[in-house]
Structure formats: C-alpha cells, structure tokens
Design a binder for this molecule. Structure first.
Ligand code: SF4
Length: 325
C-alpha cells in the first residue's frame, strides 16, 4: 500500500490476562492518504476499535502494543515520549470517541473543556480570543455559539457528538479517528453528524478512519474499506468494489447480510461465532465458518496480499497455489 499521511505496519496489541494472552490486534498493516476516508468494519471483538486506540496510544493495561509501527508523516508515533505523545494527540491525531457523554466532563461547561484542551496544547490567547475561537468552532459543527456555556447534560446526543467533533478539530489534526461516532443516535441525527464530520474533514484536508459495523454508513462516508476479522485485516478495497464484488468470503457474507428492499423483513446472519482470540483455530481464523474452506485453510494462515492494483485480501482463494477465483 502506498505511502500516506499515516502508515501502520504489523501492529500487534495483546491483552495479558490471568487466563492467557488475547491477541486483539494481530499484524494489522495499512496506509492512509491525506484527505482519505478509510472505514474499519467487523463484528464485535474483531479488533477495529483496538486498532484505532493503538494508533493514538490509548491502550490501557493489561493491553499492550507488542509490536509494529505507526508513522504519522514519517514520525514514529510509538517511539515518542509520553509528553510528545500528549502534544500529538489532538494536535495531529484526534479521536471522536464512541459515546460522547463518556468523553465529556459532566461537571464542566463544554466550551471550557475545549479551552482547557487548547491551553494544554500551548495555545495562548486572551479570554475574548478563546471565546471567539470556540464560537467559530461551534458554528463550524452546526452549533450556536452560546452552546459553549452549557453543561453536557443540557445537550442532546447529537449536540454532544458535535461538541466532540469541535474538540477533535480544534487544533486542525491531520488524522481523525472516529470510533462509532453515531452509534447512540437516531438515523436522522446520525446523518447530520456524519455530514458535519464530512464537511470539516474536507475543510481541514484531514484523513479519517471511521470505525463501525454499519455498512450503510460506511457506503455513504468512506473511500476505502478495511474488513477486520479476529484481530486481522482480511480485505482492504475501494468501497464501491466491496459492494460490487466483495472478494473475501467473510466480506461476501457481510454484504449478503444486508437487508434488501426485495426481501423486506428477511434478516440473515453469518453462521457460527467469531473465534476465541485467546486460542484461535489453526490456519485461517475464518475457516470454521467459511463456505469455501479447503484443506489448506485448516493448516496455513493466509496473509494479506495485493490481488488487484488497489485491492488486498487474506484468503487462499486469491493469489496462492489454489489460484484466484
Ligand atoms: Fe475461507 Fe480458506 Fe479463504 Fe479462509 S483462506 S476465507 S477458510 S477460503
């Protein structure tokens, strides 16, 4: 994958528990170009949120980044001191977290929370300049300036999520990680919040990693999609190609699960359960659920390989001795 504003190579995040080691992210690599919107999808526990948190170095014990590289404009993020990392967080790498209420301080006015973040990142200004800057940020995300004087509990879910977006863009980051930013919102507000995120992203020229499981939302927002399964990326493809011709059997099943207008009210799922990340099956981790499983799949783990100019797949059906389908 070509060089971009963000390069992630062989990222591994393990949780060391008394029952054993959980390999939550196990060798994830991708790159992100300036202005690009990349989606990360997968079932719960597939490692998508952990990947986002690891990029920001927000993994808490017993989790640990075991291995890998995260480079932001060539800077080795994992090699920075904690003080340097604090500057980069928000300054160049921002997070729009899942569940806005949890990421806002309930006893502080929302405007003051953004002022605090600016001060913490070395922005020096007069009280009037702070008020003005925060007012502009709020208007940018579709909120009235006076909302800055409210407490989080005085705001709706959509407003809180907009405050989080205002905070995330306050220092014009290069990369925004948006982790299920609309999961707690109704579909109308969800659309408005995503439009706001798309607008500010275009304005800033920032790249976005959108983490979620809603394929409809992904189709509306992202340029490229990374599909995660059991801590690994199993397919990375342009969004329109994922819909037109999904390659990995797991991606095919994800697309097949989407409700269609022709089959109103008929919902299907993917048979079986995701594997234990403590003791995944040998070979391909998807093999117990895969309709195309071959003998080789039970023994040999497929690696993510380029199968078309802009498509990568980890499956023995493609590019290996079994040949592409
Ligand atoms: Fe299915 Fe084999 Fe491909 Fe895994 S490697 S997804 S089991 S065909």
């Amino acid at each position: 994958m070509s060089a971009g504003v963000l390069e992630v190579k062989d990222l591994r995040v393990y949780y060391h528990t008394s029952h054993g080691t959980v390999k939550a992210v196990d060798g994830v690599s991708f790159s992100l170009a300036q202005n690009e919107r990349l989606g990360l999808v997968g079932e719960s526990g597939s490692g998508k949120s952990t990947t986002g948190l690891a990029i920001l170095r927000l993994i808490k014990p017993p989790g640990k980044i075991e291995q890998g590289e995260v480079r932001l404009d060539g800077i080795d993020v994992l090699g920075l001191s904690e003080a340097e990392m604090r500057r980069i967080r928000l300054g160049a790498l921002a997070l729009v977290a899942q569940g806005a209420m949890n990421s806002l301080n309930p006893v502080m006015r929302v405007g003051d929370q953004i002022t605090d973040a600016l001060v913490d990142h070395g922005v020096r200004a007069s009280a009037r300049e702070y008020v003005d800057r925060i007012g502009q940020l709020f208007e940018r995300v579709g909120l009235r300036r006076e909302i800055a004087n409210r407490f989080p509990h005085e705001l709706s879910g959509g407003m809180k999520q907009r405050v989080c977006i205002a905070l995330a863009i306050s220092l014009r980051p290069k990369v925004i990680v948006a982790d299920e930013p609309t999961s707690a919102l109704d579909v109308v507000v969800q659309r408005q919040v995503m439009d706001t995120l798309a607008d500010v992203q275009t304005d800033l020229g920032a790249a976005v990693i959108l983490i979620g499981h809603d394929m409809g939302l992904m189709a509306q927002f992202v340029d490229r999609l990374g599909v995660m399964y059991a801590g690994e990326l199993v397919e990375v493809s342009p969004m329109e190609d994922v819909y037109a011709e999904p390659l990995h059997p797991y991606t095919r099943l994800l697309i097949a699960c989407l409700p269609s207008l022709e089959q109103k009210g008929v919902f299907t799922g993917i048979p079986g359960l995701p594997p234990s990340l403590m003791s995944p099956p040998p070979g391909c981790p998807f093999h117990p659920r895969c309709p195309h499983v071959m003998e080789r799949c039970r023994i040999e783990r497929p690696v993510l390989r380029q199968v078309q100019s802009d498509r990568w797949v980890a499956c023995h059906l493609f590019g290996g001795e079994a040949g592409a389908e």
